[in-house]
Design a protein around this ligand. Structure first.
Ligand code: PXL
Length: 292
């Protein structure tokens, strides 16, 4: 009999924004749909994300993070991937380092999504201190998934709205490569010509990949988290970088198209749910019949 693939396990370390479909509320369904188990360490609890909403509630959960990781450690749980995103504060860097020590080993894929900024500005409450925090966390990671604003901040380049020429992207790749990650995926890149998408540098081979789709103007909240969740889960499960980029990009593009067509208010997040079946079919193709 064919040996069954062992289900891989990720720890997702993000906030829970109760409404607005980002961070853990997309990481859970997307990672599961990739066929990977998703355990969670919430960094904060908010009523909504902080973009375009006002009056949101927020509780910092720093004091829960280490007790959760210690409990998991005491249970002997192993993680194939640790994927972090939005942090409640710069102090959580130190906590995260301890969490890695408790739940990651040398085979664990460390994915860092430096969720701190978009469209040329920091998210509410963040400044250059969070950039410095994420520079250190990205140095610790195997894979990083900044958007173009975050990438420019981390690489020490000026933010440019669009178009993003080859020279600019190469300078950003160079700045990010100096931090140390093996795979760099920069989302929200506009090469010009009405396209938007993600460019990837795989440092070991020096290969560059790009996945572009027609642009729908404006901001689509949560798409960076959907991309990073899918990309992290696909790589943790063992997909090649090019296949992970294509599958994750298709999920984001399908979700955006659906949101654009049905007129969902932008701040509510993208309508990714009905895009999951097609995504799962792509995942099955990536891993073959017996793996998926
Ligand atoms: O999607 C990134 C994100 C995650 N978490 C919170 C946010 C945002 C973006 O605005 O506000 C709380």
């Amino acid at each position: 009999m064919e040996k069954l693939e062992r289900t891989k396990r990720i720890a997702a370390i993000h906030d829970i924004s109760g409404f607005g479909k980002c961070s853990l509320t997309v990481a859970l369904p997307v990672i599961s749909a990739t066929g990977v188990e998703c355990a969670c360490i919430p960094t904060a609890l908010l009523s909504t994300h902080t973009g375009e909403f006002t009056g949101w509630t927020r509780r910092d959960l720093t004091d829960q993070m280490l007790p959760i990781a210690r409990h998991w450690h005491s249970l002997g749980l192993r993680f194939d991937g640790v994927y972090s995103g939005y942090l409640a504060s710069c102090e959580q860097e130190r906590v995260l380092e301890e969490v890695y020590g408790l739940i990651a080993d040398e085979d664990t894929l460390i994915v860092c999504d430096p969720a701190m900024a978009d469209n040329g500005s920091y998210y509410a409450g963040f400044d250059d201190a969070m950039r410095d925090t994420f520079r250190r966390l990205c140095s610790r990671a195997d894979v990083i998934t900044p958007n173009i604003t975050e990438a420019a901040l981390l690489a020490g380049e000026d933010y440019r709205p669009a178009p993003h020429g080859r020279g600019y992207i190469e300078r950003i790749f160079e700045g990010l490569a100096a931090l140390g990650p093996r795979v760099i995926a920069v989302t929200g890149v506009h090469p010009g010509g009405g396209e938007i998408g993600t460019v990837v540098l795989e440092r070991e081979s020096g290969r560059r990949y790009s996945a572009m789709r027609p642009e729908r103007g404006g901001v689509f909240y949560g798409t960076g988290d959907i991309f990073a969740s899918a990309f992290a889960a696909l790589l943790t499960r063992g997909a090649p970088v090019s296949a992970a980029l294509e599958a994750a990009s298709s999920l984001v593009a399908d979700s955006i198209e659906r949101t654009y067509l049905d007129g969902t208010p932008r701040r509510d997040g993208v309508a990714f749910e009905l895009s999951l079946p097609a995504y799962m079919a792509r995942v099955r193709e990536v891993f073959g019949e017996h793996g998926a």
